[in-house]
Write a new protein. Structure first.
Length: 171
């Protein structure tokens, strides 16, 4: 309470011209802050739009077979970074719960809109379309096998949610 009274005393001791200048300065600072926030939001939307072009709307899809009473299901991994670590470790970007997959099994990178995969010296290796590879450029439809886990590089399906997101990103 005493702090407020001190502030009030200081403000009341100011001349009206000084008070007016202080108010104008605060308004200008607020407007500047709002413009920075809006510019950052616009830049964020532009980056997402650019990334959609780079990633070409691709994802990795894993088909998990039926087990016990659980029906077969699919797991989708959107490719939303320019470098993606695949493995069994908790820190992997795409974590595969398969004991035949190394902790740090492979890394996927995108350059010029083309995805490639590189083996990180995993014992069980990497197979793309049943061919053992060390590094390979990927194409839509490729089957990637890490240990016993098969992943397919596919285009993300068009869903109402994707369409809404695309409309939000329009500038």
């Amino acid at each position: 309470m005493s702090e407020l009274s001190e502030i009030w005393k200081m403000l009341s001791s100011l001349e009206s011209s000084d008070l007016l200048l202080s108010v104008i300065a605060v308004v200008i600072l607020d407007l500047f802050a709002i413009s920075v926030i809006l510019a950052a939001r616009r830049e964020s939307r532009l980056c997402r739009k650019r990334w959609q072009k780079v990633s070409a709307g691709l994802e990795l899809r894993q088909i998990i077979p039926a087990q016990n009473r659980n029906p077969a299901r699919e797991q989708h991994y959107p490719l939303e970074a320019d470098e993606i670590l695949l493995g069994r470790h908790v820190s992997a970007d795409i974590r595969l719960r398969d004991s035949s997959v190394s902790r740090y099994h492979a890394v996927m990178t995108v350059t010029g809109g083309v995805w490639s995969i590189t083996n990180l010296n995993a014992k069980s290796g990497i197979y793309v379309n049943e061919q053992k590879i060390q590094q390979k450029k990927l194409a839509v439809g490729d089957c990637i096998r890490l240990g016993n886990t098969e992943l397919y590089l596919v285009k993300r399906p068009v869903t109402p949610q994707n369409v809404k997101k695309q409309k939000l990103f329009k500038i």
